[in-house]
Design a protein. Sequence first.
Length: 450
Amino acid sequence: MTSLPQVAPRIAKLTALSIGVALLATACGGSSTPTSTGSASANAAGIACPAPSAGAGAGTSAATNTGQVPASTTTTDTPLKIGSLLPTTGSLAFLGPPEIAGVNLGIKEINSAGGVLGKPVQVIHRDSGDTKTDIATQSTTALLGQGVGAIIGAASSGVSKTVINQITGAGVIQFSPANTSPDFTDWDDKGLYWRTAPSDVLQGKVLGNYMATCGAQTVGMIVLNDAYGTGLAKNVKSAFEAAGGQVVAEELFNEGDSQFSSQVDKVIAAKPDAIALITFDQAKSIVPLMTGKGIKPTQLFLVDGNMSDYSKDFQAGTLKGAQGTIPGTFAKEDFKKKLLAIDPALKDYSYAGESYDAANLIALASEAAKSTKGVDIAKQLKAVSEGGEKCSDFPTCVTLLRNGKDIDYDGQSGPVTFSDAGDPTEAYVGIYEFQDDNTYKASKEEFGKL
């Protein structure tokens, strides 16, 4: 195989994290007043999170396209092909529908505006499965064989680790809307790995700090033993301990395990004030074991890997008051309506914005590069995310590009500004609260810089 052109060296590393907090909605579960500062544990007194301030989520003042999109001055004989490697089976299958809808919405809007370099963008969807299978490798081989310039996915950091060398080694961009493992920041990916989801350095710090502000002095954790689970747990633990708390139990399990009684019993025996479940859909088995042994739902804190609609899985009220974090800003109502027009069966919108933004950024970078080759597109991804005129949709942004202007794309997932390593340098993490029907709604947003 011939050597591939090198993209600019990746020298940016994660630096100190600063968090600015925007508290947006109702106070979290537990009593309506803060716990006392006496010696009683929060488990006995009840966990009460800080009362929110009034206001709405921060938005962008991006330009909106209102006129005709000018034709590209450069055309291509090779249309831009984008593959998706997103889960329709496996332990993260619940994330597939919103991510696929986000990609499809982006492609629809791009093609409605005339496509990229004078040709409609082609999209090819393939299942990523999970780490228990070899589906991702097979799907990647099929996508590469069809000549894609970029692949959006995978959702799972563990799955991405199995295919990242295969994708980037072929000179193709891998662009994940949901990978959060810090390991990818320093990966030798020839400048071809990018993501719109922030590293778990951010989600971990937000969740660890948030449990402490809710009054928890001790925390137990049940953690998936993979790149995602252990990486996130490390950052949650670091933040919680820095806030003066103590992690009193940390029990691991492996992908494919179906019995969790041992882990549940050991965590409960430690009598933590709060319990963080860092899992995928294994939460469907773990939550009933917890609540069946007297753990209150207000003691439970979930993460993006298991924040799902449990209305058909649990009895009403099982999760009422439980909370969880999902990287990214809250999905706006007009964006939800557009997604529902693509997939009327959508139940939640996790990583839909990140997937939509990935499609738009790839298309815009292709226009800027005047090429549909992955190595050329990659060289322009950072440039279209920073330093120019702000815009938030393909028609507006591509109009600016074709008029010779620099652009700064801010998308549905929030501000998108890439580091040299392909990571977002700033992002929101949403905090959500479960309702009586075991679905969740937006509660608060926290903004951080990496």
